[in-house]
Write a protein that binds this ligand. Structure first.
Ligand SMILES: Nc1ncnc2c1ncn2[C@@H]1O[C@H](COP(=O)(O)OP(=O)(O)OP(=O)(O)O)[C@@H](O)[C@H]1O
Ligand SMILES: [Mg+2]
Length: 336
């Protein structure tokens, strides 16, 4: 659907100095996907996103949408590209002196839509985002989450094929973030809009994306299915991002004055819902105590760790461990 071929973007500063914000990015985003771009501040995420609707022209490389090279579009065809590409922003970018209705109507009028089309469509998108009763309100009377809902309604009013989201939840609290992500997912599902979402938080990516590209210093260092990226991150920068959100480290307290044998079980998608623990205790004469654990579901697959203490005769514990190794992704004995 969207293909970046060796895209680079350079900014020339007033001092004539050049900043290479994006460097040699080659990436494919599939039709209907929710695709995440994650990275720390200044990584080049916004710059890369804005090349999709040519708010930012690449200095080098090509961008294809549905197989068509859009890199050099101008005039009417550029206008058409922008119309088929909705966008939402971290700070909502609503027009303050227009009502919710008029904010959306304005975007539709700019796209040449008729009055009757606008009268029909605005309530429809407001209903979709759950704000039909706020049509006559002004943005200043809405909460952050409601403002973003207006932003979303506006972005889909002209039936775009692509939705670009630049940090859509960074200004929102956790609960509101979740409801906005749920809404974006529902819209993607219902309207089959290819959605590209930028975030500096792996948590956001984890909750909503199918695939993710990890950006660092202008380059995409790793791309893959969200589950794969979380389960087996390859690039050191990705590992660091994943560890900071999954918190797989052993709590320090468990490591102090330790006399017990501790084992770390790692789950990566397989069999986490099977009764591995109780089966092990039934099969082998060992006592087991769960000391720490965190299992999350990413793309509906479990991922996480359990820290166990196993007690019993050495050979019983060893047999239990061998059995566990056949049932979960990894078992490692933790040495004090
Ligand atoms: N208009 C501009 N002129 C000059 N330099 C720019 C411009 N926009 C961005 N940059 C520089 O390009 C680099 C990438 O910026 P960009 O905004 O794309 O990063 P980002 O990953 O979106 O960061 P953030 O998470 O802070 O939004 C940064 O070094 C930034 O300072
Ligand atoms: Mg940005």
């Amino acid at each position: 659907m969207i293909r970046f071929e060796n895209i680079s973007v350079k900014y020339t500063l007033k001092s004539k100095q050049e900043v290479e914000a994006v460097r040699g990015v080659t990436l494919e985003i599939g039709e209907g996907e929710i695709f995440g771009i994650v990275g720390t501040s200044g990584a080049g995420k916004s710059t890369l996103l804005r090349t999709i609707n040519l708010l930012q022209r690449p200095t080098d490389g090509r961008i294809l949408i549905g197989g068509n090279d859009i890199t050099h579009l101008r005039g009417e065809s550029l206008r058409q590209l922008r119309l088929t590409t909705g966008m939402i922003f971290q700070h909502f970018n609503l027009i303050h002196n227009k009502t919710v209705f008029d904010n959306i109507a304005f975007a539709m009028r700019s796209a040449g839509k008729s009055k009757s089309e606008i009268e029909r469509r605005v309530p429809e998108v407001l209903e979709l985002v759950g704000l039909l009763d706020k049509a006559k309100s002004y943005p200043s009377n809405l909460s952050g989450g409601q403002k973003q809902r207006v932003g979303i309604a506006r972005s889909i009013a002209n039936d775009p094929q692509i939705l670009l989201c630049d940090e859509p939840t960074s200004a929102l609290d956790m609960e509101t973030t979740q409801s906005i992500l749920d809404l974006l997912k529902e819209i993607n599902n219902r309207l089959k809009i290819t959605t590209v979402i930028i975030s500096h938080e792996m948590d956001v990516i984890k909750k909503i994306c199918d695939k993710v590209a990890v950006m660092s210093k202008g380059e995409v260092v790793e791309t893959g299915d969200v589950f794969r990226i979380f389960a087996v991150p390859e690039h050191p920068f990705t590992k660091q991002l994943v560890n900071s959100t999954l918190d797989l480290e052993l709590p320090r307290k468990l490591n102090e004055n330790r006399t017990k044998r501790l084992f770390k079980l790692v789950y990566r998608g397989e069999r986490a819902e099977e009764p591995v623990i109780s089966e092990t205790v039934r099969k082998f004469p060992v006592d087991m105590n769960i000391l720490h654990g965190k299992i999350e579901y990413i793309a509906e697959q479990p991922i996480g760790v359990l820290i166990l203490n196993l007690e019993g005769a050495k050979e019983s514990v060893d047999s239990a461990v061998s059995y566990l190794k056949t049932r979960v992704a990894e078992v490692e004995e933790l040495h004090a």
